[in-house]
Structures are given as C-alpha cells and as structure tokens.
Design a protein around this ligand. Structure first.
Ligand SMILES: [Zn+2]
Length: 410
C-alpha cells in the first residue's frame, strides 16, 4: 500500500570500530610483551596485516593457533580482524581468549567492548569500557578512552531491560530486540523484524548476521542517542559496522491518519535500516557512497509496485518532500554530497539504473560483491554497470527527471 513516507528516515552512524583497526596492527610487533611467541609464521602474519593482505593473514593465524592454541598474539589479531569483517561472534571468542590470559591490555578490552556492544551484550560491553577507563593513562590511547567514556555514559542506566530473541521460520536467530517500550510494542516489532529480515534476505539471496534492534519509547531517549552518536535529530539510526539499529518507536513520523499507515511506515523504516545492514554485510569494511547507501535503502523499502523510477520521482515531487529548487540543487551537485533531503531522488536513480541493467536490481548485489574485492566504489560500479556513475546520473537526469520537471507543477 502507498502511505506518506516519513522524511528524515535515519542517520547512518560511522563511528568507533575503524579506530580499533589498523592502528593496533601497526603498533603491534611479533614480540610484544605478554602476547606469546615470536615465531616466523607470526612475523609473516603481521607483515601481511601491515600490507593490507588480511585475507591471507587469516588462515595463517588460524594455523598458528592449531599448532599453539595459547598464542595470544594470534588470538588478538584474529579478534581484531573478525571485528573488522563484522564477524563479531568469532571476534568475541578470540578477544576473550586473549583477555583471559592477559587481562590488562586496554586496547583489547576496548575492541571487545565494541564487539559486545554490537552483539547487544551491554553488560559485558560496559565491563570492558570500564576496564579501559580504569587503565593507567599512559597505557590507553586517547581516542579509546574518550570513546569508552562515551559508551559508558550511553549504556549505563539507559539499557532497556527486556531482551526479545527473534527467529526466522527455520529457527535461525536473526535478531535481538532490546525493548524499552510496552510488551505489545515489543511483540509487534518482533514480528516486523522477522518479516523484514525475510524480505531483505530474499533479495540478498543469502542469510544476514543477526541484527540488534534497540527500541526506545520516546524522543527524549532518542535525543540522548542522537546527541551521543549522530549530532542531529533523527527518529532512528543504523550503526554502520555495528549491526545495530536504534529506533524511536513513538516518533512523530508514525503518527499517521490510520493505524495501517502507521504500521506501513514502521515497516518501511525498519526495512530501510536493514538494507543498510545488508550493504555493510556484503561490502564489508569498504565504504560506500551515501547516495548508494541511502538510495538503495530507500528503494528496497518501497513496495514492489512503486519501484519504477518515474513513479518514485513523481511521488517525491507530489508529496512536496523536496521543493523543485532543491531538486535543481541536487542536479548541480554530485550525489555523494547530498543531504538527507535527497534520499528519494537517490532511490529514483537506483531504480533507473535497474531499468538499464540486463538483470534488473541484481546490479545492486553485483556492485556490492565487486566493491568487496575492489579498492574503489567507482571502479566496482563501472565494472558492473558498464558506465561511470556520472554517466548514469546524467542519463537519469535526461530521461526521468528533466521531463518531470518540465511538466506543469502539481
Ligand atoms: Zn538510511
């Protein structure tokens, strides 16, 4: 069904995890005190990590652990690597193996804290961040300390109590909800999350890692999260790298004329956030431009019948979400520079590219897969679409947008 779409859907928060990665590899050396061993394979693994050849370092580190399960350096580096790849369950195991034998390394506590936060183990995360805050000042990086203090402030006393496990039809755990709302609202979101995950996985053709959904009961709570992480007001946000979605379950955006319309808006927003999760899962740690991230999220959250590029642009213009002068501005600026105002226009661009692709919307998945293996988004895009993103943008402008703008204003 068609419903008025809330504006300002979400903010993608890019924060924290990049700061635990790379830096540690560069700072580490095979003979680091207390990490166990300085074998030749370990030295080789470090060199691979320093050369950004992590995919080759991983089996080597695993082999080192087969031969010596107590090699702490291998546990630490694998833990950091899996965190980087969003494989948080494995990351947690290796970082815990390290901490059990060497509990005084604040950098590893910090890494495990972020991983546990991603897994919605907030009590565990809090303990790790507190260990960082309590470490002697000379032993902890300033950024780790500042971020840990911010996490303590956010988690402490603000953790919704009820945890709801969400499972797919086959029994697989697909998410956990930390419910700060009524039980009824929690149940509604559990059903919604299961359905949206199924939709997104169907499109992806593969399972997604479990996602965490933090459900807040009012805008005051959401403001606290926004203040800590986004810096601007928003009814929801998806933590890039974190597999965590934070939603204000009572945002004004859901206050629509009918209950059906409100439910549809909730579903669209949740699906939008899950698509961000999908993009991060497939592309891995490689950054994606905002126009692609938001455009794909907005596009795939639309009902199938509304996914035509012209329909999308017509609806954007008809709802007055984007004044004509802003569309003009969008044309003049590069899509990467867009503001949140332009989500729908980017969805129109994504839809248009699909109409030019021989296998329709599959170009989205192929671009994500290509990006995982490529140093550049532009190169990945061009290899899949057979044209530059600038050329795609110009075609979309000429074929879809200009004719619509030339038509009489509604
Ligand atoms: Zn978004």
């Amino acid at each position: 069904m068609c419903s008025p779409r809330p504006s300002g859907l979400c903010l993608l928060v890019r924060w924290l995890l990049p700061t635990i990665l790379g830096l540690t590899w560069l700072a580490s050396s095979p003979g680091s005190a207390g990490t166990g061993g300085s074998s030749e394979p370990l030295a080789h693994a470090y060199q691979l990590l320093r050369d950004y050849r992590a995919a080759e370092a991983e089996p080597l580190l695993q082999q080192i652990l087969v031969e010596d399960p107590t090699c702490l350096a291998a546990h630490r580096e694998l833990g950091l690597l899996y965190a980087h790849w969003y494989r948080y369950e494995e990351a947690e195991q290796h970082l815990t193996a390290f901490i059990e034998a060497a509990p005084d390394d604040p950098a590893v506590h910090y890494a495990r804290g972020t991983v546990r936060f991603s897994l919605l183990d907030w009590d565990g995360a809090l303990a790790d961040f507190e260990a960082v805050a309590a470490a002697p000042r000379g032993e902890v990086q300033d950024s780790d300390l500042a971020n840990s203090q911010r996490m303590i402030e956010t988690i402490h006393g603000r953790s919704p109590g009820e945890a709801i496990e969400v499972r797919a039809a086959d029994g697989r755990r697909v998410g956990v909800i930390r419910n700060g709302c009524s039980s009824r609202r929690g149940e509604q979101y559990a059903e919604l999350l299961a359905r949206c995950v199924e939709d997104v996985e169907r499109f992806a053709g593969r399972p997604l890692p479990p996602v965490g959904l933090v459900l807040l009961s009012d805008s005051h709570e959401m403001d606290a999260w926004n203040e800590a992480y986004c810096g601007q007001a928003s009814p929801g946000c998806a933590f890039h790298n974190y597999r965590i979605i934070v939603l204000n379950a009572h945002a004004a955006n859901y206050d629509l004329p009918t209950e059906e319309a409100s439910d549809a808006a909730r579903e669209a927003i949740l699906e939008h956030e899950l698509v961000h999760h999908l993009i991060d899962t497939i592309a891995g740690p490689h950054s994606m431009p905002k126009w692609f991230h938001e455009g794909v999220a907005d596009y795939l959250a639309l009902p199938h019948g509304l996914r035509d590029p012209r329909t999308i642009m017509q609806s954007a213009l008809a709802h007055g979400q984007t004044p004509y002068e802003l569309v003009e501005l969008f044309l003049l600026s590069r899509p990467e520079d867009m503001d949140r105002m332009f989500y729908r226009e980017c969805a129109g661009l994504i839809a248009f590219i699909g109409t030019r692709s021989p296998d329709g919307d599959s170009w989205i998945l192929r671009t994500l897969d290509a990006r995982r293996k490529s140093d550049s988004f532009d190169a990945a895009f061009e290899s899949v679409c057979g044209m530059s993103k600038e050329a795609a943008f110009q075609q979309w402008e000429k074929v879809v947008l200009r004719p619509l703008l030339a038509a009489p204003h509604p």
